[in-house]
Structures are given as C-alpha cells and as structure tokens.
Design a protein around this ligand. Structure first.
Ligand SMILES: Nc1nc2c(ncn2[C@@H]2O[C@H](COP(=O)(O)OP(=O)(O)OP(=O)(O)O)[C@@H](O)[C@H]2O)c(=O)[nH]1
Ligand SMILES: [Mg+2]
Length: 218
C-alpha cells in the first residue's frame, strides 16, 4: 500500500512536470536542474557563470533550500531574476514548487533557467521538474565512490561536472575511477572537470551552455 501511495505521488508530480516543460518550451527557455550533495559547488558555479554567459543568453534562477535564502542572496548582486523556494524540511524540489516559483519569473525576459535543487543525491533523482537536463555537480572532496553508491542520480543526469579540481593535489580522489564509472553507467552523459575557485575548465561549461541555449529565442 505504501508503494502505491509513492507511485501515485510521483505520477502527480510527472503531470505538473509535463506542464512546466510545456511552459519552458513555449517560452524558449532551456532549463537546467542542478543537483548534488550539499556543498559541492552549485551556487558557486552559478556565481561564476552569470558574469560570463554567452552573448544573448539571459539567465534566471530558482533556488531550492530547506530553510534559508542564503544562496538567493548570493546571486542577487548579479541582477538576474532569482526566486527562492524553501521546502520547509523537504529534501528535494518537486514540480509543483517549481510551478509556483515560475509565477514569479518573467519568462519573456530570459532563455536559460537554472534550478538549484536541495543538496541531496537521493530524492532529487526521482522528481522530474520539467527540466531539459539534470546537471550533477560532484566535487573532489566527497569521495570517488559516489557513482556506485548513488547510481540513480548518475543515470538521470545528462551532464556530470566534477568541481573543485584545484583541490586534487590535497585530497584522495581517484578522478579516473569516477570518470570511468560515469562513462560506463551513463555513456551518453557529458562530463566536465572544473574549478569554481580558479576558473580552470569553466570555458567547457560555458560552451556547453552556448550549444544548448538559443539566444534568438527571446
Ligand atoms: N577549493 C574550492 N572550493 C570551492 C569550489 N567551488 C565551491 N567551493 C567552496 O565550497 C563551498 C560550498 O560551495 P557552494 O557553492 O555553497 O555549494 P552548494 O552546492 O551550493 O551548497 P548547498 O547549496 O548547501 O548544497 C563554499 O565554501 C565554496 O567556496 C572550488 O572549485 N574549489
Ligand atoms: Mg547552494
């Protein structure tokens, strides 16, 4: 019976996610659902990205957080539309929360939407928000075993970003093991390595955005 309830919840979520997806399509908005463990660098990556977006790309951000608006406050100085969702203890965003946040965004003024999900490698994997792609931000401080321990998130993600490569000399992180695990689990996922601290590898991420966002769409 419990399983049935969960199934129904997910089905209801999928219906709203489909509606969100329709809104994104009609608005010409490319939507990236950023997922990760807590602290791997999702907000840092958005901070580094906003000032160097490709010509014609205008971003908005939906920030998901259990309790605070700290991340939204970090992004406010960049002058983009930012909407904060507090889940009130919930460990993931769902499509209905995003639907509500969309009411506060003027989608006619942007063509790229970042959704920063709650830091968690489990539940956000199960909730479609209507995004074009889940971008999974790993970091070199969290151990190389994550693809094996949290397989669903890796299977659901179209892009895997390994952040904090500036720390590689100081941490015990087997980069090759991670990249080969990702490649064998999800061969179609893109794989980027970068550092939000030094900026190394950031151009690969900006190119990835450039290839996907249609600047003429807004
Ligand atoms: N050395 C180093 N530190 C980084 C890098 N990227 C982020 N950090 C640091 O990692 C910490 C967490 O970064 P955030 O961007 O807040 O991580 P987050 O994924 O948004 O965290 P939550 O929203 O809490 O899940 C901060 O202290 C950042 O300064 C990096 O490339 N190198
Ligand atoms: Mg954050």
């Amino acid at each position: 019976m419990k399983i049935k309830v969960v199934e129904n919840l997910l089905k209801a979520n999928d219906l709203v996610a489909a509606e969100n997806r329709r809104v994104f399509r009609e608005a010409g908005l490319f939507c990236v659902n950023m997922v990760s463990s807590p602290g791997s660098g999702k907000t840092s990556l958005i901070e580094q990205t906003l000032p160097v977006l490709p010509e014609g790309v205008v971003a908005a951000v939906i920030e998901g957080d259990v309790k605070t608006d700290l991340d939204a406050r970090r992004l406010a100085p960049f002058g983009v539309q930012v909407v904060q969702i507090n889940t009130g203890g919930g460990c993931h965003l769902d499509a209905t929360m995003v639907r509500g946040a969309l009411d506060e965004i003027d989608v006619s003024k942007c063509n790229l939407l970042f959704i920063e999900n709650v830091g968690n490698l489990v539940c956000p994997a199960a909730y479609d928000l209507g995004e074009d792609v889940k971008a999974l931000v790993l970091s070199t401080t969290e151990g190389a075993d994550k693809p094996l321990k949290y397989p669903r998130m890796f299977l659901e993600s179209g892009l895997v970003i390994i952040n904090k490569i500036d720390l590689l000399p100081y941490v015990d992180y087997d980069l090759e093991a991670v990249t080969s695990a990702v490649s064998s689990m999800n061969p179609s996922a893109g794989l980027l390595r970068l550092s939000c601290r030094t900026g190394e590898g950031l151009e690969g991420w900006i190119d990835w955005i450039r290839e996907r966002v249609r600047p003429g769409s807004r």
